[in-house]
Design a protein around this ligand. Structure first.
Ligand SMILES: [Zn+2]
Length: 406
């Protein structure tokens, strides 16, 4: 069976697939779909190649090696960043981003390369059995058709002070969210964190500070990561997002967190552009990666100077139609009052209308994705059954009912 991945880039320029990262859950197509175990043997020859093909996107291996780490030009930027007032900084960044040559791939705001790959693989698998339809384990628990995850990075004291008012709006529309805090950037009032936790919100680590150091070199990482991990453990923070999403997959894979959210499905506008093309969680060593899939508020408002709501609602609708994960990344610093808070509330109203969605915290999605990886689907006499820890929350679905497969 030929597996092709239609990616509009020069294949010869791609680095070879990289399996040095220790993997606990698998990212191959069989594990993604969770097809009946009795189908595995017949599909075995396509499973390994499907993982290499998927991880070329998931791990951004389509980018040259040097572009999969923070750009060296960022060092000079961080040396002077503190000296430039925020308004001017946004204007300068906006000009620089617009002048930058756009990556041809992934496209923005929607990139369907991985969607098409998963779909092609499963349809070819049905052909192997001469079957019109088949069963798989649904992507989300309790019969949900897609998922909604709200996250925030809290960049400053000002943002921290706006958390409660944003939280109130989220509660009003039936949501809870996760807040990622830079642990050494401004004084954190942990009592207020605790208050929000009691209301069902969650907190994660947004590095130590936005100084571009964490993944700048092996030496920086070796010095800073243990400090970050110790602080995070002290405060019960299980999730991580890299400051400015300046990321290094290999380093993140070694960090003492349960899940990471430093990657986008597609984001050509970040200082380290790229994207995993994934509208679903995936496995990154022993962590679960939760890519953010709606454009950041900061990108739309400050860099592109666009009204965020139309792009957000269009993309949320697209993701929901494919049964994927709508994962927002907003900042109370930029989106925590005035017209932008109104736009965010409009987005929440829109999301609240997706009745079949699982509204979940990042830790819940990460926990579920690990659990789903350990479930087994068996089909006997045409009847599916799922076994394994957490099987009661899982649903066997017909592929014909799964929009991603069709
Ligand atoms: Zn940040």
């Amino acid at each position: 069976m030929a597996l092709s991945l239609k990616v509009p880039i020069d294949q010869a320029a791609l680095p070879q697939s990289d399996h040095q990262v220790e993997i606990m859950g698998r990212n191959d197509a069989f594990s993604f779909w969770k097809l009946p175990e009795q189908w595995r043997a017949a599909l075995e020859s396509t499973i390994g190649p499907s993982e290499a093909a998927a991880e070329r996107l998931l791990f951004e291996q389509y980018l040259p090696e040097i572009d999969r780490r923070p750009p060296s030009a960022m060092r000079a930027y961080y040396r002077v960043k503190r000296l430039i007032p925020q308004g001017l900084r946004h204007r300068l960044n906006s000009v620089a981003i617009r002048a930058r040559r756009r990556l041809e791939f992934p496209s923005w705001p929607c990139e369907s390369a991985l969607v098409e790959f998963w779909r092609t693989w499963v349809r070819q698998s049905l052909e192997v059995f001469g079957a019109q339809d088949g069963w798989h384990i649904g992507f989300w628990p309790d019969g949900a058709k897609c998922s909604i995850v709200l996250t925030h990075d809290v960049e400053s004291r000002k943002g921290f002070d706006r958390m409660e008012s944003v939280a109130e709006i989220e509660e009003r529309h039936g949501f809870r969210s996760a807040w990622n805090l830079p642990l050494a950037q401004y004084p954190i009032d942990w009592q207020r964190v605790e208050q929000l936790r009691l209301r069902g919100f969650e907190f994660g680590a947004h590095g130590l500070s936005h100084d571009g150091r964490l993944f700048r070199s092996h030496r920086d990482f070796a010095e800073l990561a243990p400090i970050l991990e110790r602080l995070a453990a002290e405060h019960g923070l299980r999730g991580f997002r890299a400051p400015s999403t300046l990321r290094d997959l290999r380093a993140i894979a070694t960090m003492a967190f349960d899940f990471d959210s430093s990657f986008a499905d597609t984001d050509p506008y970040e200082p380290q552009p790229g994207g995993t093309c994934s509208l679903f969680p995936f496995h990154l060593s022993r962590l679960v990666e939760l890519p953010y899939t709606l454009p950041q508020d900061h990108t739309l408002i400050h860099l592109l100077r666009r009204s965020p709501l139309p792009v957000w609602t269009m993309k949320a609708k697209w993701i929901a139609s494919l049964g994927g994960m709508i994962l927002t990344l907003t900042h109370p610093d930029y989106c925590g009052d005035g017209v932008y808070l109104k736009a965010y509330e409009e987005l929440l109203k829109h999301l609240a209308e997706i009745e079949t969605a699982w509204r979940a915290l990042p830790s819940e999605v990460a926990g579920w994705w690990k659990q789903r990886a350990q479930l087994w689907l068996q089909v006997e006499n045409g009847r599916p059954s799922i076994t394994g820890l957490g099987a009661a929350r899982a649903t066997a679905l017909r592929l014909s009912e799964q929009p991603l497969a069709n």
